[in-house]
Design a binder for this molecule. Structure first.
Ligand code: NI
Length: 170
């Protein structure tokens, strides 16, 4: 299976609001598998469908990912139509993003969230997450709303990063 190409800022697709998934079919399974592969190749802990040009409300994550771990011990999850139903305890922490290469910055997020989502079979699930997993969930849901972590930064810092990223693609 070939990995997806990861879109980077300022690709306009990163701004779309992803469509909810209504069909839990084989195609969705294939997209998810390909996204998981792309996430591992990109050495990221999460990847949203919008980052690979797929207009679906879906992301994959594996916060325990370690590149030295054998493939058989990986434990990725596929999160479809996610919704945060409880949140608590804000704190700032450093984030990066495969779509914003080479930049990291502090972003304030909830430290604990309760997530409701559907799995690949379409079954409704709930997950309690904290720390890195909670941050990852909020970061990926933002992607599905067309939002990047740099959008939270003060204008001066944000514009500086955006300018540098635009230069990369020129
Ligand atoms: Ni990201």
């Amino acid at each position: 299976m070939e990995a997806y190409k990861i879109l980077t800022y300022p690709d306009p697709f990163l701004k779309i609001i992803a469509k909810p998934v209504t069909l839990f079919d084989e195609e969705l399974q294939e997209i998810s598998e390909r996204m998981i592969q792309t996430m591992y190749e990109g050495i990221g802990v999460g990847l949203a469908a919008t980052q690979v040009g797929v207009n679906k409300r879906l992301f994959v994550m594996d916060v325990s990912y370690n590149k030295d771990l054998p493939e058989s011990e990986r434990n990725p999850i596929v999160v479809i139509n996610p919704k945060i139903i409880e949140k608590a305890d804000k704190q700032a922490g450093e984030e990066g993003c495969l779509s914003v290469p080479e930049f990291r910055a502090d972003v304030e997020r909830y430290r604990q969230v309760k997530l409701q989502y559907r799995d690949l079979k379409g079954d409704l699930k709930e997950m309690d997450a904290e720390d890195l997993a909670a941050v990852c969930i909020q970061h990926e849901i933002d992607h599905l709303k067309g939002k990047l972590f740099i959008d939270y930064l003060p204008p001066l810092q944000r514009n500086m990063i955006k300018k540098k990223l635009k230069k990369r693609v020129e």
